[in-house]
Design a protein around this ligand. Structure first.
Ligand code: MG
Length: 393
């Protein structure tokens, strides 16, 4: 089998709001075609136009080859070898950041091809089932332009997630720091109050995570609040500090009564190596696309297992990335939860319409997908509707 063609589609919702917190308003979907008619699909959660340029740009020298050019004519079943080829060939422009994101979408599509060619779902090729069900947690992103509205919105979403059968949910409490949005700029007291209100609404049995979006300036400021959150039984606290402050993360690992989670933006296993060994995070959160695809996500899962850390994959995109998280979670023993938003709860039209998947949550659990590859199908009509061809307005 040979790769014959690579297509990429940039999608954008018509009413997108660049000041909003959701990255599910745009997407890049890649399709890798083969001479045997098998087509693999992948996506990555990053700026779609930049990723598109990274994939299709021409190469001009041996440290700066084009990703598409390197793949055309290759055997798509040699996935790990192709990962190495792309990494080395794009070394000057790739290595981290966008280079790894673009490789992630391509690698995901190659695993989809491999599964379709072998008649196996991705989790079987990733080593097989380590569990009968994958447990999703609902990511709850509130609305509201005052702290009271924000809290009430989050409390409502918590109750809704519980009513839908979720066993776990993550409260996005991003009301201070660099990624505060909706005009909010609140203090730590408000963070504690919101978490307390959500715990009261959720009851004692619901597993609760909290994401503060890199809000604290240093580890000691963070630790004061983490200690106050301890009575509310928080499973992990996500991204307390800037990713540049690895020593601060390590300090929190040593002193926090609550597990620390990070990794949604990390590209490649080398960044996870730093996050785990220097930053000592308790919970690593690779996003299958951004970390470099299944090939690299699997290595990160193994690194976490060696170090006694948990894996809880990040995902905030369409059913393609979500399917990828389910397959990774199924094949990873030390992955207690995956991030998951049911299409019907999502405000993103892309999440709701672009992909048909076979995932059903019952009693808060998702059964393992059985179709070959990722087990998803693109809705061509929706793809055409949200497709934008140029980054010019
Ligand atoms: Mg986050």
């Amino acid at each position: 089998m040979k790769i014959t063609r690579i297509e990429s589609h940039v999608l954008l919702v018509p009413d997108y709001d660049a000041s909003a917190c959701s990255s599910a308003q745009d997407d890049i979907i890649v399709e890798i075609h083969t001479d045997e008619g098998i087509v693999g699909v992948g996506e990555v959660d990053t700026n779609p136009w930049v990723a598109q340029a990274m994939i299709h740009a021409r190469g001009t020298h041996v440290l700066g080859l084009g990703l598409e050019e390197m793949l055309i004519g290759q055997d798509p079943l040699q996935v790990e070898a192709l990962w190495e080829k792309l990494f080395i060939g794009s070394y000057m422009t790739g290595r981290r950041g966008m280079g790894i994101c673009a490789m992630g979408a391509l690698d995901m599509a190659l695993w989809d091809i491999r599964g379709k060619a072998l008649g196996l779902p991705c989790w079987k090729m990733l080593g097989g089932a380590r569990k009968d069900f994958v447990t999703p947690y609902a990511s709850l992103l509130p609305s509201g332009h005052t702290v009271d509205d924000y809290r009430d919105s989050l409390v409502l979403k918590t109750k809704e997630a519980k009513a839908r059968g979720f066993r776990a949910g993550k409260m996005e409490v991003i009301i201070k720091g660099p990624y505060a949005h909706n005009g909010l700029d609140e203090d730590d007291e408000a963070i504690v109050e919101i978490v307390a209100a959500c715990r009261e609404a959720a009851g004692p049995d619901f597993v609760m995570m909290v994401d503060v979006g890199y809000c604290w300036r240093d580890a000691k400021e963070a630790l004061r609040v983490l200690k106050r959150l301890e009575p509310f039984d928080v499973f992990f606290l996500e991204t307390p500090l800037s990713l540049e402050d690895m020593d601060g993360y390590a300090f929190l690992h040593d002193h926090s009564p609550i597990r620390i989670a990070a990794g949604e933006l990390q590209n490649s296993r080398f960044e996870f190596l730093e996050l785990m060994d220097r930053g000592k995070v308790d919970v690593a959160q690779p996003d299958v696309g951004r970390v470099g695809g299944f090939t690299e996500a699997r290595r990160v899962c193994e690194m976490a297992q060696d170090r006694g850390r948990l894996i809880v994959p990040h995902c905030w995109k369409t059913g393609i990335g979500i399917a990828a998280s389910v397959h990774l979670g199924a094949a990873t023993a030390h992955c207690p939860y995956i991030e998951y938003l049911p299409a019907e709860l999502s405000e993103s039209m892309l999440r709701r319409e672009v992909v048909r998947d076979e995932l059903v949550m019952q009693d808060g659990l998702i059964s393992l997908p059985q179709k070959p590859g990722l087990g998803i199908e693109l809705n061509r009509e929706a793809l055409e509707r949200y497709r934008v061809d140029s980054f010019c307005r």
